[in-house]
Design a protein around this ligand. Sequence first.
Ligand code: DGP
Length: 130
Amino acid sequence: EKIKYKKKKNMTYDDDNIFAKILREEIPCKKIYENKYALAFHDVNPQSKIHILVIPKGKYISFADFSENALPKEINGFMKAVGKIAKNQNLVESGYRILANHGQNAGQEVAHFHIHIFGGEPLGPMISKT
Ligand code: DGP
């Protein structure tokens, strides 16, 4: 079944961003999990023992875009995927952190919404003081 995505009015999504290329399988990734609404793979530059990225399959620039414009079934499918991956990676008991950077102050590098999952070791303070 094809998913119908809403047309955006104010924001333009760059089809050439690196995660769009991963979704189109133009560049490889170390895939961990996939459902109809989400794809998860290892971060190329891991910041903790386990560092996974979960991205929606729809074209959303950031959390701001996703939370405003994604359909309920996309949000549900995506969030379910995040929880399932953490569980499959045995992170529920030991603990993990999820994070999404939106925009400049947060240092978002890739303009396709993604959630980071960190775990596998103690993660230190929530926000760097440096
Ligand atoms: P952010 O700063 O939140 O936009 O995080 C972007 C993350 O994406 C960063 O941790 C590195 C990762 N990343 C960048 N390019 C690639 C890539 O080509 N493959 C994979 N697997 N991860 C990438």
